[in-house]
Design a protein around this ligand. Sequence first.
Ligand code: 2BA
Length: 107
Amino acid sequence: MKLILAIVHNDDSYTVNTKLSEAGFFVTKISSTGGFLMSGNTTLLIGVADERVEACIALIGQYCKKRVQPMPENLIHSSSDHPTVSGQVSVGGATIFVLNVEKFCHV
Ligand code: 2BA
């Protein structure tokens, strides 16, 4: 079993969550904040059987858009090695981590 952590844009979270649930995935939704833009995003925790990991990732990718957002003023000159265009930054679709699960149980 794996635990998928998916960080998604707030505007995509309702649709992604709904589509995952409809496809039989179990999802926990957590409100989170991006450390760079300091704006709200959503982290989804999804416990999933190994053989469904790729299907889950594909579904998330299908409903998460790439967006261009303005960077905070104080960060425009401090960022060197990440692609920015005139104070804007590309965000998303989704940032996904897949972790091994040592144990899973309901008690
Ligand atoms: P934020 O940290 O608010 O980052 C928003 C976007 O700003 C990022 O989009 C990226 O394009 C840019 N960015 C982030 N850190 C940067 C830096 N140090 N210098 C220049 N630009 C930077 P995404 O990569 O699509 O990330 C969207 C959100 O996913 C992030 O929001 C953060 O909450 C999460 N995230 C992304 N990579 C992560 C990682 N390696 N570990 C933990 N969380 C991550």
